[in-house]
Design a protein around this ligand. Sequence first.
Ligand SMILES: [Zn+2]
Length: 336
Amino acid sequence: MIHYRNRLGIELIDLHIHVGGAVAPHIMWEIAHKQGLKLPVKNYWDFWKLITATDETVNSLEEYVDIMHRWTEKIQSSPEAVERCVYSILAKEYRSSNVNQIEVRFNPMKRNKGGEMDLDHIIQAALHGMDKASLDYGVKAGLLFCLAREFPFELNEIIVRKAIKYMSWGVVGIDIAGPEKHTFEQDPDFVSYRKLFAEARAAGLGLTVHTGETNATGPTSMRQVLKDIKPERIGHGIQAVKDEALLKELAAAGTVLEICPSSNLQTKAVKDIGELKDIIFKLKEFGVKFTINTDGPYLLNSNMKKEIELLLQNEIMTEEELRAAFDLARQVSFIK
Ligand SMILES: [Zn+2]
């Protein structure tokens, strides 16, 4: 008999999970030591605290992103490390929660030591880790490359070119991530981004964008993303609940929000369970499509099974609604 590992008794799918927040601390610890990295802590338990978001260390999106920037991206910056990390994420999601389809995302240019390492080696190592996990666990997987809000256009352009180059190897989409204080409104070259995203779409890549996660990218930024990029999916997008007209636009366009409950609670993008409930109820009321995802399960000390429990126990979603959300995730996955 198959042990389904989650209350819904079905195989699950995760569309929004970052390599920088999803690798077990013991694996990160071993990689750091293997590479001889100088760490500011002397034992594993202090290291765990260093790379896990707790109420003591993380109370905002900036602090959350900072852990990735300062530690996980640095530790993952070699082909060998990237391969092991991607492999372990897919394997662990399958073992912990029976997630059998996963789109895992990362920025390869935040893993090549500022250009010291060859980008193609980093990318091919990630693809190799993905292939190996697919073979060992039978999971279906695809890679998404994250452009960075804080990068100059030229670097993001290279990431898109690489994504197109590696489509036949298993790169299925692109995303924009990074600190939300860098918004499109501040980018004088946005015309270039429109062209770049259009090129990615024409090549067949799926498009998703982190926006509307905190106040920094509220409804105005979300509208701009919808108008200029027209992504099939949006990472988070929860700020839309502040603007009913926008909720109607999202519902009409069929844009799918990738909701990450534990992540939003930890970064205080959502202040408590009550607010999370209000957000989800509002999305349901307006017919806005959404999926449930983990974002950074190890950084958040969570997994997909716990996300489901959180929503069921607090009567935010029913089992039936959750099953429908995972069905939708399969329909809108960039993995064909
Ligand atoms: Zn994210």
